[in-house]
Design a binder for this molecule. Structure first.
Ligand code: DQA
Length: 141
């Protein structure tokens, strides 16, 4: 399996950014854990975090030829971006959406995610374990 792990805006600040909500682990910690899990399972894994929506969309377009599955934390673009939904709709592999926090317990504007309409599964509120659970899910089916 070829897997792409995408993280949207401000997630480069994990560990420093609102740690009471998002935890103390950095994005590098999360990616290193996933890298180990992928290596053990024989999964080819690639990562992108970006604060630029167009860059994320172009990476999803490239994934149409390259990847079997995407794990994505779209961060704030979950709640705003039809363009991101459209890009994921053009990707034929599996998609798992991950949020560190439980977006349904938070402000009303976070309750809706455009990406969820495309995702095969959605994980919210499990902290960084959500990424591991997403990979575990992809390995099982
Ligand atoms: C987030 C939740 C979003 O509402 C927020 O904009 C983020 C992170 C999460 O992982 O909990 O940046 O996707």
């Amino acid at each position: 399996m070829k897997l792409l792990v995408l993280n949207g805006p401000n997630l480069n600040l994990l560990g420093q950014r609102e740690p009471d909500i998002y935890g103390h682990e950095t994005l590098a910690d999360i990616e290193n854990g996933l890298r180990r899990q992928a290596l053990a399972a024989g999964v080819d894994i690639d990562f992108l975090q970006t604060n630029h929506e167009g860059e994320l969309i172009e990476r999803i377009h490239a994934a149409r030829q390259e990847a079997d599955a995407i794990i994505i934390n779209p961060a704030a673009w979950s709640h705003t971006s039809v363009a991101l939904l459209d890009a994921l709709n053009a990707f034929e592999g599996r998609v798992v959406e991950v949020h560190l926090s439980n977006i349904h317990q938070r402000e009303a504007f976070r309750h809706h995610s455009y990406v969820s309409a495309r995702a095969d599964g959605v994980i919210a509120g499990l902290g960084s374990f959500g990424y591991q659970a997403a990979l575990d899910f992809l390995l099982r089916c």
